[in-house]
Design a protein around this ligand. Structure first.
Ligand code: DGL
Length: 278
């Protein structure tokens, strides 16, 4: 990463995901650093990322980064585990703005939480196959045992808004069955879509398992990073400043309906852009 240009404290933060999942990270950033302006991009035309190749996810992520940079963002949050696993290294290499992903903060949280050193990770196929959580967790504590489980159907279920539906419940039971009897005490929700079905996952896993949502730690790390670079916005942006702006690659109205149902802030609109142009 070579940050050789002047970044402004007043500039927005760019946040992106394959769809609505990154809103779980957006929500935490809103809470923890409420003076910040945020530009959110959800790649609703090309979701899911979790079943695609590293080349494709990297190409999509590069396009989104180019789009976000048109807003002179001061930092970019890759609010997607799959893109963090597959593309963050490449994105950071030639970036002139600081970037942060969700995997490292999630791994850190889980290592702090576990008591018995047995951690489960549920995520997309891509994230599980990349072994990235295992890598980061082992760097922090090589004695921990990690059990990964890909749950590819969760993302389409969440994108369809089936957050509290018997179908989601049934699929979650099947996916989680093998994690229930192996005595894990911590389960990382390793896809930003999954905190949206947290109550279902928590009920199935039972009280002895702590669910870790990497969004909280990511927002905390983001705040620390902005502080250390003297880039925290010290003044509230004020009414009418368009503090939060949302862009998607398809179906803007559907996105707005969903976003309004999970975030208390009234999202007035989202704009569709042709991301292939970037
Ligand atoms: N929400 C993303 C993640 O955290 C991507 C899910 C997907 O598009 O498959 O992995």
């Amino acid at each position: 990463m070579k940050i050789n240009r002047e970044l402004s404290r007043n500039a927005p933060i760019g946040v992106f995901d394959s769809g609505v999942g990154g809103l779980t990270v957006f929500r935490e950033i809103m809470r923890q650093i409420p003076n910040e302006k945020i530009i959110y991009f959800g790649d609703t035309a090309r979701v899911p990322y979790g079943s695609k190749s590293q080349e494709t996810v990297t190409r999509y992520s590069e396009q989104i980064v180019r789009f976000l940079k048109t807003f002179q963002v001061k930092t970019i949050v890759v609010a997607c585990n799959t893109a963090s696993a597959y593309a963050l290294d490449t994105l950071e290499k030639d970036s002139d703005v600081p970037m942060i992903g969700v995997v490292k903060p999630g791994a850190k949280s889980a290592v702090q939480v576990t008591g018995n050193g047995r951690i489960g990770v549920i995520a997309t196929e891509a994230t599980i196959n990349s072994q990235i959580y295992t890598e980061y967790i082992k760097e922090l504590n090589s004695d921990v045992t990690i059990y990964g489980k890909a749950c590819p159907l969760f993302v389409p279920l969440v994108e369809e808004g089936l957050l509290k539906d018997p179908v989601t419940d049934e699929i979650a039971r099947r996916y989680l069955a093998e994690l229930i009897d192996i005595d894990i005490d911590t389960l990382i929700l390793g896809c930003t879509h999954y905190p949206l079905i947290r109550s279902t996952l928590g009920r199935i896993m039972g009280e002895r398992v702590t669910l870790v949502n990497p969004a909280y730690e990511t927002a905390l790390e983001l705040k620390k990073m902005l502080e250390s670079l003297d880039l925290l916005n010290d003044e509230p942006p004020g009414l009418g400043s368009g503090q939060y702006r949302f862009y998607v690659s398809d179906k803007a109205e559907k996105f707005v309906r969903f976003a309004n149902s999970i975030i208390k802030y009234g999202i007035l609109s989202a704009q569709a852009v042709n991301i292939e142009d970037y």
